[in-house]
Write a protein that binds this ligand. Structure first.
Ligand code: PLP
Length: 383
């Protein structure tokens, strides 16, 4: 007992980058009762189907399919395009492990292209350099909810006949000039992991503007089973269960309020950083409705006088756990250490910037005194 209490106090005092929001427990119990009554726990049950309908409307897409995780969604999306065996897929090294690992897990080869200095999204000119006759697709990431240069990527993909897929794990609910993020490529995946702004405990979505892909996307997540007597393709168990769907239904109406809280927190962080030479943010995209998944700060140690790691340590000493996200980058992983990063520059942007990235705690659990601590550390005030 004593141990549990102590660890609880510990977790209250420490502030982390993400904090999952949870629906009212009484409403969860109500939902569970309906599951107990139906005795349907998974296999595209009623709550699953209701959530799929609601998400299609919320994300303003013709097709939205649910999965057990964002990673499963990535695997199923990649499988659904029938790319040639061993095909190369060009992606960014500045992403979570799931992105290149899903490519490799499907038997394809991830090829890394550099990112743009201002947006940190994949650089279309570097993508162009990485294209070979084996390239079959580009997998861009709307990293920290900053949206890729989709018009330029679209042109590169059209010219070389490549599929354009997006990992929008950071961009749930984002849009560009009114176009929903789930409509920007041939397929877009979202993660509904507990650390994401909208979550189903674990979960994922694939959206696509191609309505003829819908049935295929459903089959790959369910072993390719069409009916009792017919299995048409190789699939996996990628299904979302009813408990996750219940949490998803209860959480969906809560996203807007959480996003508002984060929007105002973003304003406060922006103000702290604004007058500090050597600290910068990602480019502001005026036409983008932001998901508010992360707040990223970029530290130039020469101008700022302190390194990213020094700030990270100073915050940690005061109970604020920022994250050096994404560091290391994927090209630093053992599996990919021999993989070059294609770049138009002699030193890829990603090699410099990965040591400058710091994501600050960004959720409704961040209180005024936390913001004051962060301001003190960044402005080098003590006590
Ligand atoms: C979270 C995340 C994923 C994977 O999602 P899971 O739901 O944890 O499998 C994929 N890509 C990026 C960029 C992510 O941040």
């Amino acid at each position: 007992m004593k141990d549990i209490k102590e660890s609880q106090i510990d977790s209250i005092e420490k502030l982390y980058v993400a904090q999952p929001f949870l629906p009212d427990l009484n409403r969860v119990v109500e939902m569970l009762k309906s599951i107990w009554e139906s005795k349907i726990l998974t296999n595209e049950g009623p709550l699953h189907n209701q959530l799929e309908d609601e998400l299609r409307t919320y994300l303003k897409v013709p097709v939205a399919k649910l999965y057990a995780s964002g990673t499963t969604a990535l695997l199923c999306a990649l499988r659904s395009f029938d790319l040639p065996e061993g095909a190369e897929i060009i992606t960014t090294p500045l992403t979570f492990a799931a992105t290149p690992h899903a490519i490799s897990f499907c038997g394809y080869k991830p090829v890394f292209a550099d990112v743009l200095e201002d947006s940190l999204t994949i650089d279309p000119a570097s993508v162009e350099l990485a294209v070979t006759e084996r390239t079959a697709a580009v997998l861009g990431v709307h990293v920290y909810s900053t949206i890729c240069d989709t018009p330029k990527l679209g042109r590169v993909c059209q010219e070389h006949d490549l599929k354009l897929i997006f990992d929008a794990a950071h961009a749930f609910g984002a849009s560009v000039d009114g176009t929903p993020v789930g409509m920007l490529g041939d397929a877009t995946i979202f993660s509904l992991h507990a650390t994401k702004i909208y979550h189903t405990l674990e979960g994922g979505i694939i959206t696509t503007p191609h309505e003829d892909l819908a049935e295929r996307l459903r089959l790959v997540r369910n072993f390719g089973i069409v009916d009792e007597a017919t299995v048409t393709e190789i699939g996996i168990n990628g299904k979302m269960n009813e408990f996750s769907a219940a949490i998803g239904l209860l959480n969906l109406p809560l996203v807007a309020a959480e996003r508002e809280v984060r929007k105002s927190l973003r304003g406060r962080y922006d103000a702290i950083i604004a007058d500090q030479p050597g600290l910068r943010r990602q480019i502001h995209q005026p036409k983008v409705e932001h998901s508010q998944q992360y707040y990223l700060m970029i530290v130039d140690p020469e101008t700022f006088g302190r390194t990213r790691d020094q700030i990270y340590d100073a915050l940690k000493e005061r109970g604020v756990y920022a994250r050096r996200y994404f560091w290391p980058t994927c090209n630093d992983y053992k599996a990919y250490e021999k993989y070059p990063v294609y770049s138009t520059l002699e030193q890829p942007v990603v090699e410099k910037v990965k040591n400058q990235l710091l994501c600050l705690p960004f959720h409704s659990g961040v209180k005024d005194f936390h913001v004051d601590i962060i301001a003190d550390v960044l402005h080098n005030r003590t006590g």
